[in-house]
Design a protein around this ligand. Structure first.
Ligand code: AMP
Length: 187
């Protein structure tokens, strides 16, 4: 089963992705983690993206799309992809359609974890103390939220007409969200 977790920063995508990885023996494809790894390893890409990441701006579609490709084509991950934080733009959504098509796969379920801005700000500030992420300060959080709002609509429009698209109230407790997700899994 291939699943997309979509929603604003701080909606709990990562937490639910980890649950799904366990439950379905899947692989979490977090573009945020993939990009942070490039920075940590001081690669050429890492050096290109560090400023954008720290300022809460999107990394270019070309870079994210190219880093994603090998995961979609990895035979051990086939039909076990749990996307967390990708796609985030219409260009990325279309790119994913092409990659899945080329690798004879499809998306089985899309979960949209919808959360209001106030809840997000509170959650991310809490996460800052727990995870010590350099992009979890208030200015960057606001910038990341604005960026998300700007690019969200076309992505939602792209998916929301599908029968496998489910909107979930992401302001609920973690286990309540997990329970809700479970009801749609049918496994
Ligand atoms: P995340 O860990 O998903 O909150 O992502 C952290 C940061 O990584 C974002 O604020 C962006 O700068 C960058 N990023 C992660 N995923 C993407 C993506 N799909 N497209 C563009 N930028 C991304």
């Amino acid at each position: 089963m291939n699943i997309i977790l979509f929603g604003p920063p701080g909606a709990g995508k990562g937490t639910q992705a980890k649950y799904l990885v366990n439950k379905l023996n899947g692989y979490q494809i977090s573009t945020g983690d993939i990009l942070r790894e490039e920075i940590q390893n001081e690669t050429i890409i890492g050096k290109k993206i560090i400023n954008n990441m720290n300022e809460g701006k999107f990394v270019s579609d070309d870079i994210v799309n190219s880093l994603l490709k090998k995961h979609v084509f990895d035979p051990k991950k086939k039909e076990k992809l749990i996307f967390d934080g990708y796609p985030r733009s219409l260009n990325q959504a279309k790119n994913l359609d092409i990659l899945l098509n080329e690798s004879n796969q499809k998306i089985d379920i899309i979960f949209f974890l919808n959360v209001k801005k106030e809840v997000i700000l509170e959650r991310i500030q809490k996460r800052k103390t727990l995870e010590n992420r350099s992009d979890d300060n208030l200015d960057t959080i606001l910038k990341r939220y604005e960026t998300y709002i700007e690019t969200t609509k076309p992505v939602l429009d792209h998916y929301s007409k599908n029968s496998n698209f489910h909107e979930i109230d992401g302001s609920m407790e973690i286990n309540e969200i997990t329970n809700k997700i479970e009801t749609f899994l049918n496994v």
